[in-house]
Design a protein around this ligand. Sequence first.
Ligand SMILES: Cc1cc2nc3c(=O)[nH]c(=O)nc-3n(C[C@H](O)[C@H](O)[C@H](O)COP(=O)(O)OP(=O)(O)OC[C@H]3O[C@@H](n4cnc5c(N)ncnc54)[C@H](O)[C@@H]3O)c2cc1C
Length: 405
Amino acid sequence: MTDLASQSAALAADNIRAALDGLLERRTDQTRLTSMGAGSDDLDEGRAYLAATVDGGWHVPTWPSTHGGRDASVAENQLIGSVLREYVVPDLYPFAIGLGMVGPALLTHGTAEQQDRWLRPIASGAEIWCQMFSEPEAGSDLANVALSAAQDGEVWRLGGQKTWTSRAMWSEWAICLARTDPEQPKHKGLTMFVIAMDAPGVDVRPLRQMNNDAHFSEVFVDGTVVPDAWRVGDVGEGWRVAMTILSHERAGAGSRGGGDGAKRGARVPTWITDLAALGALDDKVRRDEAMSIYAADMASRWTAQRAADEARSGGSPGPAGSGAKLRTVSSYKRRAYLANRAAGAAGMLENGHGYIETVTAPSMSIRGGTDEIQRNILGERVLGLPGEPRLDRDVPWRESRKGLL
Ligand SMILES: Cc1cc2nc3c(=O)[nH]c(=O)nc-3n(C[C@H](O)[C@H](O)[C@H](O)COP(=O)(O)OP(=O)(O)OC[C@H]3O[C@@H](n4cnc5c(N)ncnc54)[C@H](O)[C@@H]3O)c2cc1C
């Protein structure tokens, strides 16, 4: 950066601070935040933060100012992101599907009416969304989705089952991948819809996870009516919309907020000062592990930031999102296990240091697509390795479908 450029960036950062000082609290070394909602059911803090920042468009700066953003360029967005790290941005896990996946997908594939109706309440935290993709027989093989949608004049009637639907019990809305043409090959007969979670026929049944959270659910849909105006993208284009959503999920776009105990931008992250306070860093092997995690963590954050900025500038993170997800998961797990081991026997207790992160960590390798699937994507789409045999690609889904017939 030239002197002039760095001076004007500092000036711009000061202007952003002047606006945010009236809205948010500054982060301190004492600030500790939950990450990915683990161990927390709080909706209020995130909602208050989003309500406070929506008029200035501070949380989703690249969104249109008419929809809760501020029409920011990628450079402005980066600057706002780096200044926001100085403030308490709560764990936005309950709001993450709307902010990080549905919002960007509506900006790419939604109609003007859909953007008008749904974007601002996402940005303000007024409405929560969930992602109804996975089914008992459609996880890694997502294109095997069986939940059906049949057109009936101006409406569609949906029926079937989803599972592992995170945030369903909090949600006003769901983005739902459905089978509209079983005679087409599996990727082609899919269409994306929005479902109102309080509509007749929607039944949400929470499931308890091994970390004791009940944040995901089975969702049964029986004859639920969805207006054609709530279809996102063309009929038969559901896979394309799903890929946009998944690449944003993997890149972690929109995931500002919450924390792993790290005070971002600080010289020493708080997860390290916490380890030091436990006396864990007196041990050379643990100190070495902590520094190795720290180095990998920083590389992972910067790479994820680049992918997220790419996504916010209108592109899709694509396969870069898979690399970002693998690195973020690995970092999360190593930090959790080191913290928990350092606590010794006390780490086995529910309130033990690193306990909640340790029992949450395995799920990180599954949600948003498993580690194995991310490696397949990188192998095929980045390294150009031969693809997996896909014998069902051109066969009508009715003949190739897996699961109960
Ligand atoms: C905490 C959590 C939250 C979730 N939230 C949501 C949500 O909000 N919405 C939603 O739609 N889904 C959600 N999911 C579901 C998640 O996306 C799926 O669990 C995931 O895609 C794996 O699918 P599956 O569980 O059916 O496992 P399977 O697909 O049955 O996989 C089983 C094992 O086989 C491996 N495997 C499968 N196929 C291949 C292959 N081709 N090559 C190599 N290995 C393979 C997998 O890696 C895995 O280890 C969530 C899951 C978790 C754990």
